[in-house]
Design a protein around this ligand. Structure first.
Ligand SMILES: Cc1ncc(C[n+]2csc(CCOP(=O)(O)OP(=O)(O)O)c2C)c(N)n1
Length: 603
């Protein structure tokens, strides 16, 4: 295909101008990538991408993920040019309070932003996840007659993204599962942050990706025709391999004082932009987009909308002809493999971080619910992705097991102590630690019901009693409210014992021995409890009763919000031990006796 090189070159320079103006105005942000990748942006948004600026979440679009999120102005400039609902006023408010142009791209804040990126490497994992979901969708719903899902996932990543381990995990996965709908563009500009890249890397990145099982091309990222040809080759290849395009670029291109050097990475080039704008042939007027470029993009948008209309017709036709398929989203399970991409059980290997970035991608795609499982202690390996799921309000479900020192023989490396509490500290994520199978059933219902953020299930590995002394319905439904009265006091209330998970049994046992007047509150999910009405919370934890003890096999501090300064918490102040789990619990004082002693010490 031939490109209108003249107009796209002008568009590239005008996009450079927008980035310079916005970074100069906010006196912060990154010029390097937006300037270095401007020609590729022009080809993608001015020609190659299948998308609909009027319907950014159209499920049949190509997805473009900017993994190098520090270059956010790249995305904003091109979304603006393309006719998304991102007016120039928003470009002018780059990085300002409540603008649609935050410092790093945020999912849900800006139309056309596919993923929250900024922590380097995450976007690569997200793109792999989107590619998984797109493969699943295509194999489940396409018919010989109708290719409803026929799209590519295009990700732009820099040296930093590829240095981070998460991208290695995700890319090895992508190649193993034959995600040939994935095109990863490597902005190879020889600079990382405050140094030349060679100061920290000497790998042959192309060979590395070949070794994973990618097809690799090497191009000049400023040659628009070469870039388009590489994209076309990547799309047309039916090799069953994901595609890697190494695009050599000059970081900060257009600002001679900094281009090609590490000074181009951040906002340092901003002080030279007046001269640079002249050098690029831009007028004095800031935030300038010429009439010709506007007209080109308006015309291009018409074509995109016409393509979309054709897709919609085909989609409606598919719905009529395949009503069962259209209704029944997921009929059967099976494993997701390169030969059976409709399978829904994904084997991630030993790649927690990659798994969680991929889960985010599946959720960003917008069609499937994603859940992932591992040992709870390895939350630390994937926390960055879990945090982004919370920030982006993705409805992921984490099924993380082996939740305490009860793990036992594997020892302290495998025994979470601070992990559950640390996730509770994270905003917008529900942490549920159920006590027995009935509460666990309730926890799964809670996780499925929640669609405005992730749910983290902290599940016990060791054998726990089934707590039939609490009504089964109460156990299930109590979880949905986060906390509930598991055992009501007899007579006047004089002590509340709070607990959750595998320690609820000890709270109940202690209450029996402590006699009348003792209430046991099961608190499997603090966040759900906090969303309950004040009346309900007061009913469960009346302020009038300040004699309170909590027990959990974990660090104690977070429980003081419920027991208060007068209360006591039986928990852990040190790591676990390697020994049979029951002995570790005893040794660390997690039992009914310690609850009783704590209660007596309140007198
Ligand atoms: C996980 C993570 N670590 C550190 C940073 C801070 N940071 C932002 S950009 C950057 C340099 C990245 O280098 P490169 O990808 O080559 O970007 P370029 O210099 O080409 O803009 C760093 C370290 C980050 N955003 N994420």
């Amino acid at each position: 295909m031939t490109l209108n090189l003249e107009i796209l070159s002008r568009a590239a320079n005008e996009a450079r101008g927008l980035c310079m103006d916005a970074v100069q105005a906010s006196q912060s942000g990154h010029l390097g990538l937006p300037l270095g990748c401007a020609e590729m942006g022009a080809v993608l948004y001015g020609y190659a991408l299948k998308h609909n600026p009027e319907k950014p979440r159209w499920i049949g679009r190509d997805y473009f993920v900017l993994s190098a999120g520090h270059g956010s102005m790249f995305l904003y400039a091109w979304l603006h040019m393309s006719g998304y609902d991102l007016p120039m006023e928003e470009i002018k408010r780059f990085r300002q309070l409540h603008s649609k142009t935050p410092g790093h791209p945020e999912f849900g804040e800006t139309p056309g932003v596919e993923a929250t990126t900024g922590p380097l490497g995450q976007g690569v994992g997200n793109a792999v996840g989107i590619a998984v979901a797109a493969k699943m969708a295509a194999s489940r719903f396409n018919t010989d007659e109708h290719r409803i899902f026929d799209q590519h996932i295009i990700c732009l990543a820099g040296d930093g993204c590829l240095q981070e381990g998460v991208s290695a995990e995700a890319c090895a996965f992508a190649a193993h599962f034959g995600l040939d709908n994935l095109i990863l563009i490597y902005d190879s500009n020889a600079v990382t942050l405050d140094a030349m890249a060679k100061a920290t890397q000497s790998e042959d990145t192309g060979q590395r990706f070949k070794a994973y099982g990618f097809d690799v091309q090497d191009i000049n990222g400023h040659d628009m025709q070469q870039f388009l040809d590489a994209l076309d080759t990547a799309k047309e290849r039916k090799s069953g391999r994901p595609q890697f395009i190494i695009a050599h670029t000059l970081i900060g291109k257009g600002v001679p004082e900094v281009e090609g050097t590490h000074k181009a990475h951040g906002e340092a080039g901003a002080k030279y932009v007046d001269a640079a704008r002249k050098g690029l042939g831009l007028p004095d007027e800031h935030y300038f987009v010429s009439k010709d470029v506007r007209a080109y993009f308006a015309e291009h948008k018409k074509k995109l909308l016409a393509d979309y209309d054709r897709w919609e017709k085909s989609y409606n036709d598919w719905r009529k002809r395949s009503p069962e398929q259209a209704k029944l989203y997921i009929k059967d399970g099976g494993d997701f493999t390169r030969d059976t991409p409709k399978g829904r059980n994904i084997h991630f290997g030993i790649r927690e971080h990659g798994m969680c970035a991929i889960l985010n991608g599946i959720s960003y795609h917008g069609m499937f619910r994603a859940s992932g499982a591992t040992f709870l202690v390895f939350t630390d390996y994937c926390r960055a992705s879990v945090r982004l799921a919370a920030l982006s309000r993705l409805p992921n479900i984490y099924i993380f097991t082996h939740d305490s020192i009860g793990v036992g023989e594997d020892g302290p490396t495998h025994e979470p102590v601070e992990t559950v509490s640390s996730v509770r500290l994270m905003p917008q994520i529900d942490v549920i630690r159920p006590a027995d199978p009935e509460e666990t059933a309730g926890a799964f219902v809670a996780a499925l019901q929640r669609t405005d953020g992730p749910t983290f299930l902290a599940l016990t590995r060791q054998v726990v009693p089934i707590l039939n002394e609490i009504d089964a319905k109460l156990r299930r439904e109590g979880v949905l409210r986060g906390g509930y009265i598991a055992k009501k006091e007899e007579g006047e209330l004089n002590l509340i014992i709070l607990s959750c998970g595998s320690e609820l049994q000890h709270a109940l046992a202690a209450a029996k021995q402590l006699g009348n007047g003792v209430r046991v509150v099961s608190m499997p999910c603090f966040e759900r409890f906090e969303r309950e009405s004040e009346e309900y919370r007061e009913e469960v934890l009346p302020k009038s009763c300040r004699r309170r003890v909590a027990i959990e096999a974990g660090v104690t501090k977070i429980w003081y919000q419920y027991v208060g300064i007068d209360g006591k918490v039986v928990g852990l102040h040190e790591f676990g031990l390697s020994a049979p789990g029951a002995q570790v619990m005893k040794e660390r004082g997690i039992d009914a006796e310690h609850v009783i002693a704590a209660a007596k010490s309140l007198d």
